[in-house]
Ligand binder design. Structure first.
Ligand SMILES: Cc1cc2nc3c(=O)[nH]c(=O)nc-3n(C[C@H](O)[C@H](O)[C@H](O)COP(=O)(O)O)c2cc1C
Length: 473
């Protein structure tokens, strides 16, 4: 790709000389958005297909649309059985992202139980849900929408464990409470958890596998287990949270049993060409001081258990790490590449994606020296066809928003808003404009304090048509 020489190389901040306007989604009267400046790089490397070793499926390029919670499913505060049915807004969101050129699209987290949500409006597939009816039709429609232009469509599947505000005593690996109640001005207040019984563990493993089988039948290409960001799978992996003394805790072998058993059960219940991946944290390992050994060991076992890919991320609600922690990571753009350096040499088949911090074609192409693919989150909430445009060479850097790169919660709020707007058929907010961000900041405290309450339901949820008559405000 040709370098746009006129622009200075900038870190987080605003360019003085914006690139020519591009991006078909932008409204005509919008000024040109400022962009991160890329070093010269061979974009054709990002266009190379990627074959997954166990399913045999092929992603058309190296871009992954990272999981981003949409909160666009039905929610009923009085009847959790009605929760989590996809709406037409959700279908619209994936139709739009499906036009954006990512080889692989991950949805936001799908939950296993209607009363164990992470947020209001999460999608839900439970073990008793049948392979027909409005819910099943809704999931079919969302898959079709995302796949219409050749992307692989995968669902992220998650159990929040102790990170669930809807439970008086949420389940976890053991009874270690969340130490910091939601950064971001106390967005979430979590109750102390209880340790899962052996029966709970087997029931939850079965529930994960049911989602996979259900989505397989509904036309999805695969799933990603959410083993990062401090949710239930991570609560088993983490020696700080998992204090069990039975075969599900203690040694690394025991702590990783939960994720590996889920993987085995998913493989047993799905077609051979169903993609199975997992998102894991680098930080779980950093906390223990056994970064290299534990991470490598886990990934070797994931490979031996036919996981097609591992997505590397970091941070949790106790410690948000969606920003650069060291000068060395800033130079490499991606937050977690140093961790990838440690685990990739131990793998011979399983593919590795790194997500977090990537903003320029140059940074992404360099990441491919270490990993197989790159995940993008926040930039795709801003610019829905960014990957396509990068592949076509129209742009070589993401839009620089006015959101401080260290402020993940404001970015989450902005992302949620944009997903909601696209769900309604409107363009996303131009977050490179100061007045837009000032507006969001003014509403932030209210948004944060209403999060996952009935107030949020009334105040912020706007969905136009559900697949079922579930009650909603
Ligand atoms: C609006 C929004 C929602 C998110 N929801 C999820 C989620 O459901 N599951 C998940 O694993 N990560 C979620 N993330 C984190 C992203 O997948 C990604 O790891 C993170 O944003 C770092 O990548 P980036 O620097 O490219 O944004 C979310 C991020 C945003 C901005």
């Amino acid at each position: 790709m040709a370098a746009t020489a006129a622009l200075p190389v900038l870190g987080p901040g605003l360019t003085e000389e914006p690139l020519p306007k591009s991006g078909s989604h932008l409204m005509e009267d919008d000024p040109t958005p400022p962009r991160y400046k890329s070093e010269p790089a061979d974009v054709s490397r990002l266009a190379e297909p990627l074959t997954f070793p166990y399913s045999g499926c092929i992603a058309s390029n190296r871009f992954m649309h990272a999981a981003m919670t949409e909160q666009l499913c039905t929610y009923d505060p009085d009847d959790h059985e009605k929760n989590g049915i996809p709406t037409e807004n959700l279908e619209r969101v994936y139709k739009k992202w499906g036009e954006g050129g990512c080889g692989l699209i991950l949805t936001g987290s799908i939950m296993l139980y209607g009363d164990h949500l992470e947020s209001i409006g999460d999608p839900v597939v439970s073990p008793h849900h049948p392979y027909h009816g409005p819910r099943f039709e809704g999931f079919k429609a969302v898959a079709q929408a995302g796949k219409a232009n050749g992307s692989l469509m995968l669902a992220q599947v998650n159990h929040p464990g102790r990170l669930c505000v809807f439970q008086e005593s949420p389940v976890s690996s053991s009874d270690v409470p969340v130490i910091k109640n939601g950064t971001g001005d106390g967005i979430y207040q979590y109750k102390p958890p209880h340790p899962a019984s052996i029966e709970d563990i087997h029931r939850i493993i079965g529930a994960f596998a049911h989602v996979a089988e259900y989505l397989d039948k509904a036309g999805w290409d695969g799933i990603e287990l959410h083993g990062a960001h401090g949710f239930l799978i991570a609560q088993f992996l983490s020696p700080r949270i998992n204090k069990r003394t039975d075969e599900w805790g203690g040694s690394l072998e025991n702590r990783m049993r939960f994720v590996l058993e889920i993987g085995k059960e998913v493989r047993r219940r799905t077609r051979p060409d169903f993609i199975l991946g997992v998102k894991i944290n680098s930080t779980e390992f950093q906390d223990t001081g056994f970064v290299t050994q534990e991470a490598r060991e886990i990934c070797k076992h994931l490979e031996a258990n036919s996981f097609d890919f591992v997505e590397i991320s970091g941070g949790s609600y106790e410690k948000i790490l969606m920003t650069h922690q060291r000068e060395s990571t800033k130079r490499r753009e991606a937050f977690f590449l140093e961790f990838a350096d440690q685990i990739v040499p131990g793998l011979t088949k399983t593919k590795v994606y790194v997500t977090g911090g990537l903003r320029t074609v140059g940074g992404m192409v360099r990441a491919l020296d270490t990993v197989d693919g790159v995940g993008l989150g926040r930039p795709l909430c801003e610019e829905w066809s960014l990957c396509k445009e990068m592949l076509e060479g129209t742009v070589d850097g993401a839009i620089i928003t006015r959101i401080d790169p260290g402020d993940f919660w404001l970015a989450l709020m902005a992302g949620n808003r944009n997903i909601r707007m696209v769900g309604l058929g409107q363009p996303p907010l131009p977050c490179w404009k100061e007045e837009i961000i000032e507006g969001l900041k003014a509403q932030y405290k209210e948004w944060a304090s209403n999060k996952s309450t009935v107030k949020e339901l009334g105040r912020y949820r706007t969905i136009d048509k559900a697949y079922a008559d579930a009650k909603r405000v």
